[in-house]
Ligand binder design. Structure first.
Ligand SMILES: [Zn+2]
Length: 363
């Protein structure tokens, strides 16, 4: 199994320059390879398999950065092609913009080139970078890769991926809970409980909205605008961290409480498009929450059960099993015409999800 640990790092001035250069080279190689593939295809009708190594002759400066980071740019490009051709869900690979706020590169462990050493992380071409390691790594974990990233407000992080052998015996589930996705509250459980985002999180969200509005009124290119943009970026990071903390706590609490968790197998991307959340901060929360649940449960030999997305969890009455033909999204209360049950729509669905999960598991 794999597990990632994300720590803040504090590169010195030289290291910051080197990291920025690596971001640039990774983007350059990615874009260059993409452009050449497109041109080759247009000219010959055939696909081109190019590698970063080919470009090092022409562009000497590519040798100055971590070559594994460049190799990963190639892997990412190949993946983007695969997504496009096989899954048809994604569009054609896009060029990476210099203005993108997502700055990161990934590098791999080879011959102990990456390691943690009292208060530092040794990284290729950077040597020892100061790190704030707030969690110990178990001795039998094997380091696989590191993703170095920089947030829009300027903070640096290292997300370190480890592989480990799981010695956990899976337990025979006796207690179950069903969770139904809720846009407002994250979820509602078959015990009738909601996650309910904490007040401080909602306050930060409001603050973010306010400051974003202010930013939109700042004159383009002005000093005030860049100041305000930094402020927005900082609040954005605060919101992200608060949300992550909250999701960790919620998933930990549920994992400790039951043996198996049943959820609907939602296609988050499809759902966010369908409901048009746009850039809402809430849209990815449930997906993140589910993956946290998944690994926390696995660590304890417990299970996450995904229910087919076509299962009529919302349309079925949890009291008598009657299935409605239509149920519009605005109907927040479920009224059963067969047995007269009146129940909160999401609560009703979570009870059905729990029942179906148990059926699948015990079948
Ligand atoms: Zn009923």
């Amino acid at each position: 199994m794999n597990k990632a640990f994300k720590f803040r790092i504090y590169p010195n001035a030289f290291q910051q320059t080197q990291i920025a250069r690596t971001f640039g080279c990774v983007r350059f190689v990615y874009n260059r390879m993409l452009a050449d593939r497109i041109r080759h295809y247009e000219e010959t009708g055939e696909s081109l398999s190019n590698t970063p190594a080919q470009y090092k002759k022409e562009f000497e400066w590519l040798r100055e950065v971590d070559s594994l980071a460049l190799a990963n740019a190639q892997l990412n490009l190949n993946k983007a092609y695969q997504h496009f051709f096989r899954e048809q869900a994604a569009g054609f690979p896009q060029f990476k913009s210099k203005k993108s706020h997502r700055k990161s590169y990934m590098t791999n462990w080879v011959n102990n080139n990456i390691r943690l050493e009292k208060g530092s992380i040794i990284l290729p071409k950077l040597k020892a970078v100061k790190i704030k390691q707030h969690r110990e790594i178990p001795a039998d974990y094997r380091l696989k890769s590191v993703t170095v990233s920089q947030t829009p407000s300027g903070a640096y992080y290292a997300s370190i991926l480890y592989a480990y052998e799981s010695h956990v015996e899976s337990i025979k589930p006796e207690t179950f809970v069903g969770l139904d996705y809720s846009m407002q509250e994250l979820y509602i459980s078959s015990d009738g409980e909601t996650a309910a985002y904490p007040r401080y999180y909602r306050q930060s969200l409001d603050q973010l909205k306010r400051e974003q509005r202010k930013l939109s009124h700042c004159q383009k290119g002005s000093k005030n605008r860049s100041k305000q943009r930094l402020k927005v970026a900082q609040i954005h990071e605060k919101v992200t961290n608060q949300r992550k903390d909250f999701l960790h706590k919620q998933s930990r609490q549920i994992t400790n409480a039951v043996d198996a968790v049943c959820i609907e197998d939602l296609n988050m991307k499809g759902m966010s498009q369908a409901l048009n959340f746009g850039k809402s901060v809430s849209d990815t929360a449930f997906g993140t929450f589910v993956s946290m649940l998944d690994y926390k449960l696995k660590e304890q030999g417990k299970q996450l059960i995904k229910i087919d997305k076509w299962y009529p969890s919302s349309k079925m009455c949890s009291s008598c099993g009657e299935v409605k033909k239509t149920l519009v999204l605005s109907e927040r209360t479920y009224h059963c015409e067969a047995c007269g049950a009146v129940i909160n729509r999401d609560y009703n669905a979570s009870i059905n999800i729990r029942r179906e999960g148990m059926r699948l598991l015990l079948a």
